[in-house]
Design a protein around this ligand. Structure first.
Ligand code: KIV
Ligand code: ZN
Length: 435
């Protein structure tokens, strides 16, 4: 079966920025936009120009400097928003106006206080106006997944007639589930017979299903996915860009689709976002969390050392993570411990390693993560039984320094006593080495 190209629409700078604690200034947005460009996304939603002077300036600056991808700006379905969006976008090589209007009865009745007929007319007029300014117009019926399906289709047909070329179907409140969302997209695809109109998804993660829902929609004919780095966005966030990209890459056997994402740029993008916003990535976050390629259990470490295929379905390098990490803790086994001792310049026979291992387990029970300087100290205590491997010393010192150990040379090691306190030196030091 031939693979279909999926358009990746990045909304980190718009919906993502709506995450509490994730707002960015113009310079920060521009810096991140360059990284999003390096990621190879097709569309960057740079902001919501009418929302603030800063948002306008950021969209304008991104539109003026980033030329490869389309640059989108969000607008409510009204003239002032659309005019403002166009002012910010018109310098772009490939500008896109993204117009949205809620269509669910809940939103019409309680938020907008308009009838379905008024909604239909407003959507049509807004898209017509946007189209008079910009060739590329996307329309989003906000809260689509809670909109009565027949009315949803009427709105979509009206905006296509008015000139929309992308129909984005938002699961605004993260309510849908994969089978239901796929059925909705199938129905829309049947009703909108115009092959030139692209169907898009925009899934929120309130039930943790944003990525699953987005992927399910592909099978039903969606060809654009809106997503954000680290999955940031309103409330529980948007579908995570890195998870979508890697699911499509790792399971290409099941997903006959491809994207333009340069997956090696995923981790740098995640780190840059976290660095700018000061919002840390959850440690067990798929693809970009610091534990995503870390192994602590002895059985896992043993498997990893024999062949990484045993416990890794993708290489860390494929997502831009420098290396896998084996964390030395109480779950670690002799194999990983022995290897680390060798890397630190000490080789032991089986009996010696058993003794080191017994001490190591006692220590690990107390301090959770045994770092290089702890291990070296422990080895010093067993020195009379160990046999040094001099040529490896220089390398061991360099390695210890490289992984951020406090003591990067033997001379700096505290002599006694063994660090049996429960102090923990921070997350940088949780990683002991790469394999
Ligand atoms: O979640 C949503 O419905 C949105 C729209 C503006 C696309 O963010
Ligand atoms: Zn959203």
């Amino acid at each position: 079966m031939e693979s279909a190209r999926i358009t990746i629409f990045d909304t980190t700078l718009r919906d993502g920025e709506q995450s509490p604690g994730c707002s960015m200034n113009v310079q920060e947005k521009l810096r991140l936009a360059h990284q999003i460009d390096r990621l190879g996304v097709d569309v960057i939603e740079a902001g919501f120009p009418i929302a603030s002077e800063g948002d306008f300036a950021a969209v304008q600056a991104i539109a003026a400097t980033i030329r490869r991808p389309s640059i989108a700006g969000l607008a409510r379905a009204c003239r002032p928003d659309i005019e403002r969006a166009w002012q910010a976008l018109k310098g772009a090589e490939k500008p896109r106006i993204h117009v949205f209007l809620a269509t669910s009865d809940i939103h019409l009745r309680y938020k907008l206080k308009i009838s379905r007929q008024e909604c239909l007319q407003q959507a049509r007029d807004a898209v017509k106006f946007a189209k008079s300014l910009c060739a590329d117009v996307e329309f989003s019926p906000e809260d689509a997944t809670r909109t009565e399906p027949e009315f949803l289709c009427q709105v979509l047909e009206a905006v296509v007639e008015a000139g929309a070329t992308t129909l984005n179907i938002p699961d605004t409140v993260g309510y849908t589930i994969p089978t239901e969302f796929a059925a909705l997209i199938t129905m829309i695809r049947r009703r909108i017979s115009n092959e030139r109109v692209m169907i898009s998804t925009h899934c929120h993660n309130d039930l943790g299903l944003a990525v699953a829902n987005s992927l399910a929609a592909l099978g039903a004919g969606a060809r654009q996915i809106e997503c954000a780095i680290n999955g940031i966005g309103e409330r529980a966030g948007n579908a995570s860009l890195e998870e979508i990209a890697m699911a499509l890459r790792v399971r290409a056997d099941r997903y006959p689709y491809y994207t333009g994402i340069v997956t090696e740029q995923l981790f740098p993008a995640s780190q840059m976002l976290s660095d700018i916003t000061k919002v840390p990535v959850q440690p067990n976050k798929a693809i970009t969390g610091r534990n995503a390629f870390a192994h602590e259990a002895g059985i896992h470490q043993d498997g990893m050392l024999k062949n990484p295929l045993t416990y890794e379905i993708m290489t860390p390098q494929s997502v831009g993570v420098p290396d896998s990490k084996l964390v030395l803790g109480k779950h670690s086994g002799r194999h990983a411990l022995g290897l680390r001792c060798e890397q630190l310049g000490h080789q032991f026979d089986r009996r010696e390693l058993d003794e080191i291992y017994r001490k190591f387990v006692v220590l690990a029970d107390k301090i959770k993560h045994v770092q290089d300087h702890h291990l070296l100290e422990l080895i010093e205590h067993t020195q009379s039984r160990s046999r040094r491997v001099p040529p490896a010393h220089a390398e061991a010192r360099a390695t210890a320094a490289a992984v951020g150990s406090r003591s990067s040379s033997f001379s700096e090691l505290p002599s006694t006593p063994l660090p049996l306190s429960s102090e923990h030196h921070g997350e940088q030091e949780d990683y002991l080495w790469g394999v």
